[in-house]
Design a protein around this ligand. Structure first.
Ligand code: SF4
Ligand code: SF4
Length: 374
């Protein structure tokens, strides 16, 4: 990837025909993007994905992942599926629950043909420190199995996100590869507030907070203790009344997305020239897949993209979403013809920051050439 030059992004739309189903198209995208050339015989190949928080059905389906596993094996690599544990309370916050969730969502060896290895160990402490000396991150803390792999192929479900506008390749690799301490570092500027006028005092948010930072007395609005808060933003999606929001200042929103891009840079820097990215612009839900539900997609399914440049593939994906007609009866509300769909949903969050910063630090380029694979 060289700044100034456009990166190739291969794209297949959702149309299929006899002899060319979506699995065939995934295989063709892998070949066109030349992912096989990233792999040498015996390489450990981390297939970085999100196995889906149980209850959320928008994750990339196991038969799609199996295609990639088989391609990697044919290239001589040793594939394994991987993700790091989550910060928030849920079904993927330690390696045992995470592995069980993977099986429940269909990522068994029998189905996919590769084992699921939790990248950062039982409690999220299995970390490799990667010095990058970036503008915001000096030393990234990455899940050991991802840091130590020879190759990474990141399969990302492209969707909205409450703290970064959208989540794609940069978020999947930057946030998703970080160990617990690394995730905390990236989230350190996120400080949500309760809007007392909207709070209906149900107490639901208290159970979701992994840090015990939310207190609640019956008959009074919830309160957040910022000295305990680790900034996971989980409470913002737990509140059904939208009473909790992050009151972003420019410095805080920039800090979060910039740290995320620098973490992605750290992962990529451990495997120069041996990284592939596929974005699935399908079931584009408004919020991240951490939630055990996925709200109605805001645009029709657009297709699948493949590139060796994480910035270019995310730029191409967001451009597809913004150019698509919005879906009625979704979180877009009346903004369905907006040319900034994620901005219409997540007010005050500018998703461009992760792309601009990614380009600035040499993670990739926002210039891309979209090459259609029929
Ligand atoms: S979940 Fe929302 S409405 Fe319920 S107590 Fe928390 S902030 Fe208030
Ligand atoms: S209060 Fe802080 S730690 Fe608790 S859920 Fe919200 S963001 Fe996470």
């Amino acid at each position: 990837m060289s700044l100034g030059m456009a990166s190739n992004v291969y794209f297949s739309d959702m149309r299929t025909r006899s002899g060319r189903n979506l699995l065939d198209k995934v295989s063709a995208l892998y070949d066109h993007a030349n992912f096989g050339s990233l792999i040498e015989k015996g390489d450990f190949v981390a297939i970085k994905l999100h196995v889906g928080e149980p209850g959320n059905l928008a994750y990339i389906q196991p038969p799609v992942v199996r295609v990639i596993v088989e391609k990697v094996k044919a290239s001589g690599g040793k594939p394994f599926l991987t993700d790091s544990n989550t910060l928030y309370v849920g079904c993927r916050s330690n390696a045992v629950d995470h592995a069980i969730s993977a099986i429940q969502n269909g990522f068994s060896f029998a189905t996919v043909g590769a084992p699921f290895v939790v990248a950062d160990g039982l409690h999220g402490h299995s970390t490799v420190k990667i010095p990058i000396n970036g503008p915001r991150v000096k030393e990234a803390r990455i899940g050991a199995a991802i840091a130590e792999a020879d190759v990474i192929i990141a399969l990302s479900h492209f969707k909205g996100h409450e703290a970064s506008g959208f989540g794609g390749a940069i978020k999947n690799v930057g946030m998703g590869s970080a160990s617990r301490a690394g995730k905390q570092e990236q989230h350190s500027s996120v400080k949500p507030e309760v809007d007392e006028s909207k709070c209906r005092m149900c107490g639901r948010c208290v159970k979701w907070c992994p840090a015990g930072a939310i207190s609640f007395e019956p008959g009074r609005p919830a309160r957040i203790d910022h000295s305990k808060c680790i900034g996971c933003a989980e409470c913002t999606i737990s509140c059904l009344d939208e009473a909790i929001a992050v009151n972003w200042t420019d410095a805080e929103i920039n800090g979060f997305q910039e740290r995320m891009a620098e973490y992605a840079y750290a992962v990529v820097s451990t495997k120069k020239g041996k990284c592939g990215f596929m974005n699935f612009v399908m079931n584009v839900s408004p919020d991240c897949d951490c939630a055990p539900w996925n709200d109605a997609p805001i645009v029709p399914n657009q297709g699948i993209l493949a590139s060796t440049d994480p910035v270019a593939i995310d730029q191409a994906s967001v451009d597809l979403v913004n150019a698509a007609p919005g879906m009625p009866n979704t979180r877009l509300g009346q903004s369905f013809d907006s040319d900034d769909k994620f901005g219409s949903i997540h007010h005050g969050v500018d998703w461009r920051i992760q792309l601009i910063h990614g380009e600035r630090i040499g993670l990739g380029t926002r210039k891309y050439k979209l090459l259609e694979v029929k």
